[in-house]
Design a binder for this molecule. Sequence first.
Ligand code: XUL
Length: 555
Amino acid sequence: MPQRPLTRRAIPANPIFMGLDFSTQGLKATFIDAAGQVLAEPSVLFDTDLPAFKTEGGVHHHADGLTVTAPPLMWVAALDLILARMQKENLPLAKVAAISGSGQQHGSVYLRCGARARLGALDSRLTLRDQLQDVFAFDAAPVWMDSSTSRQCRERDTALGGAQAVAELTGSRSYERFTGNQIAKIYQQHPKAYAATDHIALVSSFTASLLIGTYAPIEPGDGAGMNLMNIRTRRWAPAALRCTAPGLAKRLGPIVPSHKVVGHLSRYFSDRCGFAPHTQVIAFSGDNPNSLAALGLARSGDIAISLGTSDTVFGALSAPKPSATEGHIFGNPINPQGYMALICYKNGSLTREAVRNEFARGSWKAFEAALARTPSGNGGRIGFYFKEPEITPTVLKPVIYRFGPDGRPTRFTPEQNVRAVVEGQYLSMRLHGNNIGLVPQKILATGGASVNKSLLQVMADVFGTPVHVSSQPNSASLGAAYRALHGWHCARARGFVPFEKVVRAAASFTPAAEPDRAKHRIYTAMLKRYADMEKRVISISAQSVRGQGRDISGA
Ligand code: XUL
């Protein structure tokens, strides 16, 4: 998307909208005009721009190897810094009509009694950081990379009737990084600090609170990442709160629809930075729900496959199928009755690149030629390439498995390896996506590897659906900016307005591959064998977890 610098000399006649994305590594703002055109994108990187917080990749890894946290004051300081940069760049902040935002999912911030009053009485002569140093009951916010709460997950399973029951109620089975399990750990290990906590926010609702000068509510896109919200009613599930910690409902506050105005920008920002005093703040959501908004996925049947460092498959759903084994169901931030499903793979581009380097001389051209020389279905050969421990399905050690048409471990030629890694990844996405209700009618391919046409052709053939690509990046801050525009329209209409009616820019996709029906039939026949082999792989890998990662069948 072309970008033009936004200066006072180029102030658009119409209002502009801002999305703020507090990701794991940094803070980015995206400014758009009312047509959804991107105008400016200032950013801050935590490690390098705020070195005093001594983070690595925006987080602190603790000595137990499981606990991962981030200092919430760093997010406050990042907001100070990005606002200063916006002023320095002369961005016309007075033109901003509405702001929404995005936060890394699952992270939680614990605010002590008195924090609300402090947020509401900020002095515009001072930085936010100077005034908010001591509002935290904990200086460390657990984040999504934390996996220290297995005990609390098992306690939740027991209290709520097992993993499938937790998934049915909250949209996901108990996951270590999910906020409810983090809150339970804090309550158990630091009861005094928990007692002193007045309010618990997600990264998204905390950063919205900074803007509106009081506690901002949580919305269903991010609220679903806590194991605490009833995924169907979009309210807190009393049984899930009870087994977490006492007095939790009042500490969490309400859940509101994602398009709702949660407040107006507090006076601090108009006095200090020149925003208009009536600037609306629309509920902030998680980064994945905001990425869904960036692609405009409001209805069932459109799914996005993001081919990046890790691959993700996500899409809108009307009838959720929560699973005890995989994936997540979240609220859909652009459709208040709808849902979104997400599955995440650790073995994405780096694994494809490793196979390219080993079997295609490190060249994408040679990789594509190998794909062209081998038949769809690879003559019945199926491969599993886990260069990294995998989460979909759970495979804890790096390992490679190659099976011949007779189901026995075997060797592959270099080109068979190339085809096997690509087909295996897409068969897995079709299988696991289907398990949580993601059955595409159209696929939007995003992420770095989506420029590779031959990868997209195999994708279209495996799924049997057309594949489109977008000029839009798969970007949470852009999605947040679109949601600001959407929420502003809803507020003006005093009711919900369909997202696609007011954010037309979100759906600009171009066709990239059409499925070949005969090849699709080959993949459909292969899917059952793939699923059976995957079960074998999971069981072999679980048994060998104490051994070293290995390649069991050679090249
Ligand atoms: C999703 C998840 C991550 C974080 C990253 O469940 O844990 O995608 O949201 O920011």
